[in-house]
Design a protein around this ligand. Sequence first.
Ligand code: NI
Length: 247
Amino acid sequence: MSQLKNLTWPMVEEYLKHSKSIVLPIGSCEQHGPTGLIGTDFMTAEALAEKYCDEHRIIMAPSFNYGMAGHHLGFPGTISLSPETYTKALIDIFNSMIYTGFEKVLIINGHGGNVPFVQAAVSQIKYDNKDSSFETYLENWWKSPSLENYQQEHFGEANGFHATCGEVSLTQHIAEKAFEKIENTQFKIDSNRPKHHPLSASELKKYYPDGRMSSNPGLASKEHGAELERLYLDYLKERYKGIIHEL
Ligand code: NI
């Protein structure tokens, strides 16, 4: 039990007799600076979700790999949905889960830009179904307390906001082979930060010409990544006991 893609419908039906929980990893397909992987945001969400689901025998839905990355389109390799399409796609995914018997979804998110649209999608479902008791839990992994502390302690200000040391470390841990051809480089932290938000694709490229946002991913390591993963799985285990997984 764990990955929906490997189950049959009778297996899912059987699962639903004792659990109504499902985990949905979501991410984004977007540039992560000169030394970070395009797949960073969905690879991290998926790897963390998969380990959590394996450990606690929860079904994991296929990862939704495209997200809200319009502001990164100044860089090749980025593929984005529009805000409207993204929100509607999430509504369809959640409605399918509800219709087929799931009542709780833990969303493990790898990309900050997705957050308002996840909230908009769930709000629309609740607006359209005023008696709905569908429960969603949105987890932005890098913001959980122990991971925030760890990143602050080890990277400080150099963690930045995009292509962070934390996310690059985690991908180095989960996709070590992909980094064989990428040279680890130290970067200066930019200080030319815009005050307004969100940015257009050309604004982002102007303020952050190599795609990093105030980070020095040269501080990342797979050892840090392994530690971040361990801390996060501990956090999920404690936080979602009796909510998503059984006691
Ligand atoms: Ni990212």
